[in-house]
Design a protein around this ligand. Sequence first.
Ligand SMILES: [Zn+2]
Length: 539
Amino acid sequence: MYWADELAANAGGPQVVSDSKTPSGTIHVGSFRGPILVDAIWRALRERGVDAQATYGVDDMDPMDAQALLTPDAVDRYMGVPLAHVPAPAGSGASSYARHFAGQFLDTFAGLGFHPYVFWMSELYASGAMDPFLRIALDRADRVREIYERVANVHHPREWHPISLVCESCGKVGTTIVLEWDGSQVRYECRSDLVTWAHGCGHGGRVSPFGGRSKLPWNLEWAAQWSYLGVTIEPSGKDLSTKGGSRDRSDAIAREVFDREPPLNVPYEFLNIGGRKMSTSKGRGATAHEMAEVLPPELVRFLFLRHRPNHALDFDPSGDTIPRLFDEYDRIADATAGREVRGELPPDPDRIFKVCQLDPDTDAAAEASRYRPPFGHLALLGQVPGVDVVERFAAEKGETLDAAELSILEARRRAARAWLEHWAPERARLVVHRSAPPAEVAALSDEQRIYLGGLALAAEREGPASGEAWQNLVFRVAQEAAMPAGRAFGALYIAFLGRTNGPRAGWLLAALPAEFVIGRLRKAAGWRASPEGAAEGSA
Ligand SMILES: [Zn+2]
């Protein structure tokens, strides 16, 4: 059974599935894993008729704690300040640093078919919604200290209270410690040495902690979110799910401080870039909003939903990662459509295919049976001047593309252009030498020339129209001439591209006008190294 279906089958009663994120900088593509898992679980519940709600939170009262994300002149002033109170980067129209970065991320959700109820912690604190939890935390400070000691081996001094005031003088929340609570006010100090990464101003005072003037430490805030929203299922990254880690602490706090069973955890692995965990702040080249612009939404979903949550993902957008992702998606589509598929398949490919679609109610088999242009071929054909790719792929399909197939083609063209521009390996880039054979044809052996001549004759006779037909012909003529396939393809790449490797030759030849192909095969076949010929060289 698909993992989300398994989970849904065991759920009793109404469910709230949630995730949240600290918007401490540009958000990396790996951060899609949480919300996309939430959506997959929500969909599985809904399909079983369970009353379910998906929520997504922005932990924007967390303090700014990464110096590298600030301009040098802003470090002193803003390190330790809630992200909701740090100004947005220059040039942004957003009202705060948190709104800028979280906004970029949240703006992609609808396009990915994810429509959660979104909450901002700064708003929940300001509205007073968190006040009951602040009060309980303060009343039960002893118990909280004891839990930290027992679960995480973290010792807090007797006077420590589990909330942080936003300093009335410097606005920092990461530098304050609350030392007393009298039932209506707290006494706090803003210390220069409470943490190493930010320096408080030394101010102190007695003040009501309610209505947005303070926040709970992360472990308590998480547990308070669960109580406030009624969360029953929350996936969390493996860094939070370690023994004695954030999740264990919050689970204990939920039970023993807020008197509530914590939600079911669905621990998930990271997405790595080239084998390394990508932190939010270093997300260059694979930011969430950029990948959402480049990849069609069903492919973004597929990246995270093709494997179980506990499966580590590696996604380096450079090289062949993106073409392989499309190819694997197409294989799952083929399996869903009942077509024959080579290689091993995951269990329930049809469930994977369905959960990747934007519309949860998509008829998976019908959608899967649509024609999808293979990404590699599309990337190639898009580079051949004068090729009508719509006509080309209609020929491959054997009939006109319908409206949905045309939009699949268009989305893939965009993705292919972006891939070629930013990430494709050199061998995927293509220059067809149109006006004359490239100089490299001088290096062809006699048997390769004979082969090209034979292929010209056969092509003239048979008129292959599709990439498959050309590919078959290339193989057959090679076989008849007892030429190894590698040498045959090598000859073709040299004759058209001036190099010894290239994309699938059949598709390349099919994309070019037949008379040009046959003419070029003849010319290359008859090529003799001569001063004249050399001058004819590359064009
Ligand atoms: Zn201060």
